[in-house]
Design a protein around this ligand. Structure first.
Ligand SMILES: *Cc1c(COP(=O)(O)O)cnc(C)c1O
Length: 377
């Protein structure tokens, strides 16, 4: 097929449900165009209701902003060390550095591709032995697959280290019926353009403590003390979500479950048509795990095969991407400690994310698998 003739298939593109414009129009009609306003409160209520478990949500300008304020709420400060899953998007680790602290990277386990309990405990014990107890643990539900909830939180409880649950990719996922985004001492969500729902850009900080919500909103709106003039006793940030953006979010919440179903359908489709190949493997849900399948990822048998598949898709105007490059391999984090077992390096070598949008048509999916099948043949 010629690239000019074929429709571009994206890895994960925004998918509007239809009612977003109604909420945005309401904001215009009532002139609530500023930060704050009924959509912001409404969106927070929707998130709280969806997640359940008596959580509070603060709508912010991005998932990264939520991570920044979340770590600050957990007391992370200059000179601290924070344990962080190595295989993730850089946004999980960057806010540690914003606070003057240092990331210490921990490798993944095979079962979920997320932070490995064995390496995590090793890192904690080693750091305590060296006289520096880590201040927090950043654990990530990569591609929507929950991390090993039981093992990770048991370790966190044993050593009394709080967990920041990076649920940016896992809205709609759960472990034993309990929603991702409600496990950590603090959790974060992202509504960036490629995520399972989007507000064009945005995030949320989630906590069971009401004071976490109020404090993060205080910091996110420039830390204004109660006074008629502008009075400040703390450093503030401009991190609040706008009422326009939140209007998009309210519409998107109405189609979240549909998006999850569509993304899971993508996974099942790829599996059905590709799983008989011995050269491709899929990440299965361990018992009790429910992934939103934000992105369907495959593990190929070699770097070479992965690249042939990726480049063949590119030739057909189909976007795919290697898995997240681990943070311990990134130049910017070269001087950070890391506790490694080889898993994330290996996954990065051989893994590929396939187009996974909730708006993919069946003919798109057929087009994608036929390119891959041609390579394998
Ligand atoms: C997208 C993402 C973030 C950051 O969210 P933004 O809203 O883009 O700032 C953080 N962590 C992970 C794992 C992500 O995928």
């Amino acid at each position: 097929m010629n690239i000019i003739d074929s429709k571009k298939i994206w890895l994960s593109s925004p998918h509007m449900g239809g009612t977003e414009q109604k909420f945005v129009k309401e904001a215009f009609d009532t002139n609530w165009v500023a930060p704050l306003g009924p959509n912001v409160n409404g969106f927070e209520d929707d998130i709280q209701e969806y997640l359940g478990n008596d959580v509070y949500a603060a709508a912010l300008s991005s998932g990264t902003a939520a991570l920044h304020l979340g770590l600050k709420l957990l007391g992370v400060t200059s000179g601290d060390e924070v344990l962080c899953q190595s295989m993730t998007f850089a946004a999980s680790a960057n806010p540690i550095v914003y606070l003057g602290a240092k990331p210490v990277f921990v490798d993944s386990e095979r079962e979920t591709w997320n932070i490995c309990p064995v390496q995590l405990e090793k890192a904690i014990q080693d750091k305590i032995e060296k006289g520096k107890k880590p201040k927090a643990i950043v654990a990530v539900h990569l591609y929507g697959m929950p991390y090993n909830i039981e093992a990770i939180h048991k370790i966190a409880t044993t050593y009394k280290i709080p967990v920041l649950e990076d649920s940016a990719e896992a809205l709609g996922s759960n472990y034993q019926g309990i929603n991702c985004g409600t496990f950590g001492d603090i959790a974060i969500l992202s509504f960036n353009g490629n995520k399972i729902i989007t507000t064009s850009g945005g995030g949320a900080l989630i906590s069971k403590k009401k004071e976490h919500k109020s404090k993060s909103i205080f910091w996110a709106t420039q830390s204004r003390d109660a006074a008629p003039h502008y009075e400040h006793s703390e450093i503030g940030y401009n991190y609040r979500m706008s009422n326009i953006t939140a209007g998009i979010g309210r519409g998107q919440m109405e189609v979240l479950d549909k998006h999850v179903n569509n993304r899971r359908r993508n996974f099942e489709f790829y599996k059905k048509y590709l799983e008989d190949s011995s050269e491709i493997k899929f990440l299965e849900e361990p018992s009790g795990y429910y992934s939103n399948r934000w992105l369907t990822c495959i593990e190929t048998t070699s770097y070479k095969l992965r690249e042939v598949i990726r480049l063949s898709l590119e030739e057909e105007n189909i976007e795919s991407r290697p898995l997240w490059k681990p943070m311990h391999q990134q130049a910017v984090f070269a001087d950070c400690d890391a506790y490694l077992n080889g898993v994330s390096d290996d996954l990065f070598d051989r893994g590929l994310c396939l187009p996974s949008g909730s708006n993919l048509e069946e003919e798109d999916l057929f087009r994608i698998v036929s390119v891959i099948k041609n390579v394998l043949r």
